[in-house]
Write a protein of this length. Structure first.
Ligand SMILES: Nc1ncnc2c1ncn2[C@@H]1O[C@H](COP(=O)(O)OP(=O)(O)O)[C@@H](O)[C@H]1O
Ligand SMILES: [Mg+2]
Length: 282
């Protein structure tokens, strides 16, 4: 059994009817417990890459796929989407479009019920999944009555109910207000740190990537320009410029200070590191 949970080799993909390759020669592996952030401007290929991980591409979309995508030992090209759904949980950008039952508890129960799990196990799953996302006590509420952040957390709970090995989140906070956004990010951090879940998250938010990604993969026009630690990526001004990725504010400040000839011991990319930098400079 391979050590990595995701292994993408030589992946290129073209949507049906399109002349352009939406993804070009992607090679990427993700180890168990890793959190990988996909970044890049609109149209860079983040969503397309996410959909390759749960088999929606090519099974539902068609088009032309070259190369190979292995997730949890399964080849996505030859595995049914329903089977892949047991391994890969997916959370989408829009909290409104992914909830479709009338009660919070039904939303979480939907997947396990379809698998024919026993009622007692489903009840335990509901309790556990809602607790993980901080929605305990909301079982009997209609999803429509929840805030955007709560809806996204419910979508995460519904994905967790299938006990996936990989969670893929496609810009999960881009439609949320700052409060909803930080609620969802706190859950994602918990899933990584407390539960050791393997996570792939497409995001425009450099602060998020700098705060808890193990690696940041920068995409441009369907190619991976770089895939490295946030510190390496966010100090590479030329790379960020080329890919239209904004550096975290703390990294931009560090860059500014360094450019003025101050020798910084480390290169801070997030707030705790930024505080340390300031303390050392004062
Ligand atoms: N359904 C589709 N049909 C044809 N082309 C598409 C479709 N969805 C996305 N694309 C194209 O694929 C490329 C990558 O898009 P996408 O994966 O949505 O990027 P991102 O999520 O980074 O904004 C873009 O050129 C986009 O126009
Ligand atoms: Mg997208």
């Amino acid at each position: 059994m391979a050590a990595e949970l995701i292994r993408i080799t030589g992946l290129s993909y073209r949507y049906p009817g399109s002349k352009k390759w939406a993804l070009q020669d992607i090679n990427l592996t993700v180890a168990p417990g890793e959190l990988v952030a996909l970044m890049g401007e609109n149209g860079a290929g983040k969503t397309t890459l996410c959909q390759c991980l749960n088999g929606i591409i090519p099974h539902s979309r068609g088009g032309r796929l070259k190369g190979r995508v292995m997730v949890a030992g399964l080849d996505t090209a030859t595995t049914l989407v329903a089977r892949l759904a047991l391994k890969v949980g997916m959370v989408l950008e829009d909290p409104e479009t992914q909830l479709f039952t009338t009660l919070v508890k039904n939303e979480v129960a939907f997947g396990p019920e379809n698998l024919g799990r026993p009622a007692g196990e489903i009840r335990r799953t509901i309790t556990w999944a809602l607790e993980v996302v901080g929605l305990q006590g909301y079982e009997e509420r209609p999803p429509a009555a929840l805030s955007g952040g709560q809806k996204q957390r419910l979508a995460i709970a519904a994905a967790l109910a299938m006990q996936p090995q990989v969670l893929v989140l496609d810009e999960p906070t881009s439609q949320l207000d700052p409060v909803g956004s930080s609620e969802v990010l706190a859950v994602i951090r918990d899933l990584k740190e407390r539960y050791g879940l393997t996570i792939v998250i497409a995001t425009h938010d450099s602060e998020t990537a700098a705060a808890f990604a193990d690696r940041v993969c920068v995409l441009k026009e369907g190619r991976v320009l770089a895939c490295d630690s946030p510190r390496v990526v966010f100090r590479d001004r030329e790379l960020l410029r080329q890919a239209w990725v904004r550096p975290p504010q703390v990294a931009a400040l560090a860059d500014y200070i360094q450019a003025r000839g101050v020798d910084l011991a480390g290169f801070p990319i997030n707030l705790p590191e930024g505080r340390r930098m300031v303390t050392e400079l004062l």
